[in-house]
Design a binder for this molecule. Structure first.
Ligand code: LMR
Length: 335
């Protein structure tokens, strides 16, 4: 072989090794909400910090608004490794078989974010995330959105106003019971389909934190919004376990740091974003906003208390009791 051929070969090999060394590890992060939401913003924040801390070794591609996968498909895609990272709402882990996560769907389980954080940011939260490992999923963090409110095309002041009306919910047996407890008809549907379903009258109403309602423009097709704050909606940030464990240890450590910072950011902006969204709904003038009176609030709490009794076995009585103990509890007998 001629020396020049060997030289050319060596140069080509060196370049391809260099190119390989520079090819970033890509993390596809798929989610179903708008970019301008707590989850949308926090995922971009994570991507930015991941790039900085790994010095470009990791590139996070964020796909918002169900542009890659819808609700149910995204969990399958994660398990198959077609996407590496997600932040599904906690309700979405019930259909995966990890029913304990449906405890977060219990109405009035938390009175405020401080109570909630005692669970999500404490040992109980960590033990819940660990349950995902058997499904090939590694749980990294809990991110907040906020408390849900009911909207509909007719006013909702008392539970009786929901009677016979169809309400879109996420796929959760606890949420089904919650709607039934007030006489409504639960309709499970993917998040990306809610706007059209409300617009065409396939369903009469829905529940979501205001940031989701506003950024999906649901307020344009809902005449009434009642600030019930009757239940929590937040997220677990999860990765494909095999992918995560296959990362070089130093990169994984840097990503853990990026996730820690993104979690602090997410939980800081969540309330602000929901407050801004409420302002947006008010300004639009399209939806009448009702703030329930103390009596109206109590009526909803009383009506939904049955869910705690009926669904305790489904999520585990011990888990429910541990949460009550940490948060001061929900005692229907005292209502
Ligand atoms: C919903 O389906 O209502 C929510 O889970 C959407 C989300 O991810 O916030």
């Amino acid at each position: 072989m001629k020396m020049s051929t060997v030289f050319v070969g060596l140069v080509a090999a060196t370049f391809s090794v260099m190119a390989m060394a520079q090819t970033p590890i890509v993390i596809k992060f798929s989610h179903v909400v708008a970019a301008d939401t707590p989850k949308g913003n926090a995922s971009v924040f994570f991507g930015k910090r991941a790039g900085e801390l790994t010095k470009g070794k990791v590139k996070v591609e964020v796909y918002a608004n169900s542009s890659l996968y819808k609700d149910k498909e995204e969990m399958e895609a994660l398990q198959l490794g077609a996407v590496q990272m997600l932040a599904p709402s906690l309700a979405k882990f019930g259909p995966l078989g990890v029913r304990e996560f449906e405890v977060f769907d219990f109405p009035y389980l938390f009175d405020n974010t401080a109570e909630l954080h005692r669970i999500t940011q404490g040992p109980l939260g960590a033990s819940l995330l660990a349950k995902l490992e058997a499904r090939g999923i590694k749980g990294l963090a809990f991110w907040d959105n906020g408390f849900k409110s009911f909207s509909a095309n007719t006013p909702i002041k008392m539970p009786a106003d929901m009677k016979g009306k169809k309400f879109r919910i996420q796929s959760s047996k606890v949420l089904e019971e919650q709607i039934r407890a007030v006489g409504g008809l639960p309709q499970v549907m993917a998040f990306s389909e809610v706007y059209q379903a409300l617009q065409t009258g396939v369903v009469d109403g829905t529940e979501n934190p205001i940031s989701n309602l506003y950024t999906q423009k649901m307020h344009e097709v809902q005449k009434h919004l009642t600030l019930t704050n009757h239940g929590y909606l937040g997220y677990a940030v999860v990765v494909n376990k095999k992918f995560w464990e296959g990362l070089p240890a130093d990169v994984r450590g840097q990503l853990e740091q990026a996730m820690k910072e993104a979690t602090a950011h997410a939980n800081k902006i969540a309330q602000e974003e929901n407050d801004q969204a409420l302002e947006g709904v008010k300004k639009s003038g399209k939806t009448t906003i009702h703030v329930p009176t103390a009596d109206e609030k109590l009526a909803f709490k009383k009506a939904m208390a049955a869910v705690h009794v009926k669904m305790a076995d489904r999520v585990g009585k011990d888990l429910l009791q541990s949460i009550y103990k940490e948060t001061g509890g929900f005692d229907p007998s005292k209502l």
